[in-house]
Design a protein around this ligand. Sequence first.
Ligand SMILES: [Zn+2]
Length: 315
Amino acid sequence: MGKVIQLCLTCSGLFLVLLLPSAMGWGKEGHFAICKIAQGLLNKETLAAVRALLPDYADGDLAAVCSWADEVRFHMRWSSPLHYVDTPDFRCNYKYCRDCHDTVGRKDRCVTGAIYNYTEQLLLGVHDLNSEKNNNLTEALMFLSHFIGDVHQPLHVGFLGDEGGNTITVRWYRRKTNLHHVWDTMIIDSSLKTFYNSDLSNLIQAIQSNITGVWFMDSLSWRNCTADHVVCPDPYASESIELACKFAYRNATPGTTLGDDYFLSRLPVVEKRLAQAGVRLAATLNRIFTSTPINVTKLNVLNGDHRTSYSTEIM
Ligand SMILES: [Zn+2]
């Protein structure tokens, strides 16, 4: 049992004092944590390549741009469907060909399609194979880092009928909100206040020490892709919808008040998903920036169905 989980259980008997919601949504905090964890696991060559692509204002810190995709989704409206994938109600499974499309049915416009797309843009750019397409590799890196985070949030692979929990109104302790927001923001916010002295770096350190500790053997398998693929978001999406059914939707019907029981039993799930997202983002970036051109060919062949190449200019 990891430190993070132990901490939760130790405190489970305490009365949980919940302060007013912080001005900073989890969007930033969850994604920041994932990119911080990932950056610490990059090899030297990849770290140098990532830093070369980051905008100046990031000051060499991938975490500083990890929420950029959320900030631009309203003026780059074409990118909005790329943050999630909807699955059929109550099936509790995910299939790329069935589910990865936008609301008007355009194929590949979903979070897993976006991960394939931006991985490919980066690979082609790194190996200078697409100079005529001139993709924006800085944007590709920022999108990819964000979307690998999103696909790990269980309700970003939720049911179509309730928009991934967005239409399920619940109370989080005394505050009225929706189930999707609970998983995006509230669980992390409450954990920071209750267990981490309102300091995100404490949460990040707790997760990092689990990755090098009790989760170490698991983390070796988290970073693998099957069949030498450079990126493999489909199993991550399958895990998410399974967790959504098992933990997010369970005991959270419309009108429910969610409190200590829900918070303390779901927090370990959230913390493990942040860890997995960080480990897998790092592994993916390491594969992209240290792959040989032979791997690039393999990606194109194996993921031929997923090639989409959407970018700002065509949307
Ligand atoms: Zn997002």
